[in-house]
Design a protein around this ligand. Structure first.
Ligand SMILES: [Zn+2]
Ligand SMILES: [Zn+2]
Length: 147
């Protein structure tokens, strides 16, 4: 786990959250994933057991919820029947997605102005502490447009 995440985990532990070794393993697993991987809970479950990490699907869902609620991991909805998960890099480093509705191609992008805008809205419209913000573009990719 990276230092920053470890600190945050320790803080949450002091606040009385249940930080199980499995939750730490789960976050460490996300941190090792290559950028651009968006895994469903089922895919995650398969990969974890492939690494010898035993976790039931129910425990995995609860662990994911915990990591999402505390801003470590983000939950992505690409308009499919299941959700995807990836490591969150809050603040300016957060990226966004463009999704092809025909073939499912996902393109990641960053945009500084989106971050500025999200910050402004969160502050002005109710003093929100941002744990994640997502900007999604749905459409047809170049290949699918040609068809
Ligand atoms: Zn992504
Ligand atoms: Zn496409």
């Amino acid at each position: 786990m990276t230092g920053q995440a470890k600190e945050k985990f320790n803080r949450l532990r002091k606040e009385g959250y249940r930080i199980t070794p499995q939750r730490e393993q789960l976050l460490a697993f996300f941190q090792e994933l290559p950028e651009g991987e968006h895994l469903s809970a089922e895919e995650l479950h398969k990969k974890l057991s492939g690494k010898g990490i035993k976790i039931s699907l129910a425990t995995l869902y609860r662990g994911l919820k915990f990591l999402v609620q505390n801003g470590f991991v983000r939950e992505l909805d690409f308009g499919e029947y299941h959700k995807h998960y990836e490591l969150s890099s809050p603040g300016k480093k957060q990226h966004h997605h463009m999704v092809c509705v025909s073939c499912g191609l996902t393109v990641e992008f960053k945009d500084k102005n989106l971050h500025k805008h999200a910050d402004k809205i969160a502050g002005e419209r109710g003093n929100f502490l941002i744990t994640d913000y997502q900007f999604k573009i749905f459409g047809l990719c170049q290949n699918c447009r040609r068809r």
